[in-house]
Design a protein around this ligand. Structure first.
Ligand SMILES: [Zn+2]
Ligand SMILES: [Zn+2]
Length: 298
């Protein structure tokens, strides 16, 4: 009897010619920022940075309002300037004085000048002339713009791991572990800008592709030493928030596990685990990508 089974021969799968077996790019949920705000408030209780996390939650609420109201999203500098102004109006009286002063400077820039600052920021860089304390607010406006614009566009289907977001070219904010349809854990990188999440290897550095010399840091007692990598059981004894640190390129990427905590939300859990970035930084690892709501040095 001749087989007409549609499954690809094993040798083709081994040769990596089965892109449809990869999990798809995931769209951000319509209530992305509301979920982030709720998670931030949950994590703020008893947290050493509670005030910061609650301020971020207020900012995320405002982002959600603007995303809900986005009728004709575009990447035009004029719309970014409008979003930043609307964000600022919604936060009046709630910002620390230095941030409010910096925000006033930023909103007074003409759209083209604002776009120059935003272009640097979208690469995680800080423009020397920019009012630093307001840059996270510009990052928040950029997130609304990119999320609204790219949610309305067709989803790409990357057939190999990419370091940058296949939707907008953005850098990663963090990576997320979830349970896939097959029941196995799968991992996506979450875009810092447009909120889409693209499939990446479960145990593979996003910066250089290394899959062997990886360490995982989590918040644990001060004398904690990360265990030797175990490729048979890569995700045992883990917390919901970790940093994956690469021994090859010395890049570090936050990993947020919904397997460990179904309430986790990468953008929020990343902000609540900035101590992990310090830990990895002290060990000589540089963060891959960034979180627009927290820019070191601002
Ligand atoms: Zn993106
Ligand atoms: Zn690497």
């Amino acid at each position: 009897m001749t087989s007409t089974h549609p499954i690809l021969p094993a040798e083709q799968i081994r040769a990596g010619q089965a892109p449809l077996l990869s999990p798809p790019v995931l769209r951000p949920p319509a209530d992305l920022f509301a979920r982030r705000a709720a998670r931030l408030r949950q994590l703020a209780d008893g947290h050493a940075m509670a005030d910061f996390l609650r301020l971020c939650a207020t900012l995320c609420d405002r982002q959600q309002t603007l995303l809900d109201a986005a009728a004709a999203p575009s990447l035009a500098p004029e719309w970014l300037a409008t979003l930043l102004r609307q964000l600022a109006e919604g936060l009046a009286g709630q910002l620390p004085a230095p941030a409010q002063t910096a925000l006033d400077q930023l909103t007074s820039l003409p759209p083209a000048a604002l776009q120059t600052v935003a272009s640097a920021l979208s690469e995680g860089a800080i423009n020397d002339d920019a009012p630093l304390a307001a840059l996270p607010l510009l990052g928040a406006a950029l997130q609304v713009q990119y999320t609204a614009y790219h949610r309305a566009r067709p989803l790409p289907q990357p057939d190999h791991q990419t370091e940058r977001c296949p939707c907008c070219g953005g850098l990663p904010l963090a990576s997320v572990l979830t349970r896939g349809d097959s029941g196995h854990a799968q991992r996506h990188a979450l875009c810092a800008l447009c909120g889409h999440a693209w499939p990446v290897g479960r145990v593979r550095c996003l910066g250089c592709g290394n899959s062997r010399d990886l360490r995982y840091y989590s918040l644990a007692p001060q004398d904690y030493e990360p265990p030797e990598p175990d490729h048979q059981r890569p995700h045992q004894t883990r917390g919901a928030q970790e940093v994956e640190a690469c021994g090859e390129c010395h890049g570090a990427l936050k990993q947020v596990s919904l397997l460990q905590d179904p309430d986790a939300e990468a953008g929020a859990d990343d902000l609540a685990s900035l101590a992990l970035d310090l830990l990895a930084g002290e060990a000589g690892y540089a963060r891959l990508g960034f979180n627009p709501l927290f820019l070191p040095g601002t």
